[in-house]
Ligand binder design. Structure first.
Ligand code: F1P
Length: 358
């Protein structure tokens, strides 16, 4: 790490980012004994579709969790911002009898999330589970049952380990619904293997940020990585006040590529399923002059040739195992870009830790 340690140890956002491997292990151990997981699965056992709900980071988590759910269980699942349920409850009325809902909120206090849980449970009569990092929250009181991840809670305004820990937990619930114990074991092995690697990823990202300055940031992901790309963009926006956009990788050709220049940074989250097609877009954007960051498991020769920074997760198992680790490089991207702009990621501009409405 080239930035003196003292500055980082004072930053709770930094310490929370660096703690993720260890916290994931503790969270996954805690879930083994969790009665809430069994209660949620029992509640949703006869439901045809699962609905994941949140706000901000927790909405992008809901998107990644919903796609993970379908890929792990074969069941339909979708995600909605809590506000859509409050403003358009009729969106769900027809499907309500077949739905199991999961409302996601680190604080358990976000007004829209708590109100959405109340509408789902009391007005639409949808069994509703909560997942949060706060104890004794309003969300817990509004839901039938809740998973509470105290070890993943944060001092920060910006969500980092709470996002990844709640995502891993919902992937465990999905795997357990199909008695897929091997997937749960691979997640635990990933957490153990990833813990000692975060500092090296930080050094890589810090050096990259020191070498470049960008006018705008683009994040590109398909399938389960699209929610990860949305969260990555939010980290860079929140911590560095930079303009960031998100697209499905192949969608970027259909117009948005008009913006690409040497001041544009494009971050690709390369999947296994779509890697070849995504890499073709990556090579085209490099040819247009863009600066390319590749987040992938093992970089191909083509990816290495066309990338200005390669962040490899180097993990075993399905690409779903890589969703949580893949967002860590971009948490670091936002953190170091913010520092470079003289900002303090512990006190992000314009933001409050919880959005409370009248
Ligand atoms: C949701 C959220 C965060 C955002 C900020 C304000 O919080 O929108 O995504 O970064 O902290 O709150 P929560 O409902 O998950 O507590």
């Amino acid at each position: 790490m080239t930035i003196e340690n003292s500055r980082h140890t004072e930053s709770h956002t930094w310490n929370e980012i660096l703690s993720q491997g260890e916290v994931w292990q503790s969270v996954l151990d805690g879930l083994r004994k969790s009665r809430a997981v069994s209660e949620i699965l029992q509640s949703g056992a006869d439901k045809r579709e699962w609905l994941f709900v949140g706000c901000g980071t927790s909405y992008y988590l809901a998107e990644a969790a919903a796609i993970s759910w379908t890929l792990l269980t074969g069941q339909r699942a979708r995600s909605l911002p809590a506000s859509e349920i409050l403003l358009f409850p009729d969106l769900l009325r027809a499907e309500a009898p077949n739905l199991q809902a999961v409302v996601i909120s680190r604080s358990g206090r976000t007004s829209e999330a708590v109100r959405a849980a109340t509408v789902l449970r009391n007005e639409l009569h949808v069994p509703t589970a909560g997942i949060t990092c706060a104890q004794n929250s309003e969300l817990e009181r509004a839901c039938d049952t809740s998973i509470v991840l105290r070890d993943a809670d944060e001092q920060s305004t910006v969500m980092t380990r709470s996002f990844t820990s709640m995502l891993l937990s919902l992937q465990v619930v999905a795997a357990r619904s199909k008695n897929n114990a091997p997937f749960v074991e691979v997640l635990s092995a990933m957490a153990e293997r990833f813990a000692p690697r975060v500092a090296a990823l930080a050094d890589q990202m810090e050096a990259f940020v020191a070498r470049h300055s960008f006018d705008d940031f683009v994040f590109l992901g398909q399938g389960p990585f699209h929610g990860i790309a949305r969260e990555a963009a939010l980290k860079v926006m929140e911590m560095s006040c930079s303009y960031s956009q998100v697209f499905h990788a192949l969608e970027f050709r259909h117009g948005p590529k008009a913006i690409v220049s040497e001041k544009t940074c494009l971050t690709f989250f390369l999947s296994d399923s779509g890697g070849k097609a995504e890499t073709e877009v990556l090579e085209e954007m490099k040819a247009l002059g863009g600066v390319i960051v590749s987040v992938c498991n093992h970089a191909s020769a083509e990816v290495r040739r066309s990338s200005d920074l390669v962040m490899e997760t180097g993990l075993e198992g399905s690409e779903l195992v890589r969703l949580a680790p893949s967002v860590v490089p971009c948490q670091l991207f936002g953190y170091f870009t913010g520092l470079k702009k003289g900002l303090n990621p512990d006190q992000p501009k314009n933001l409050t830790r919880v959005v409370l409405l009248q």
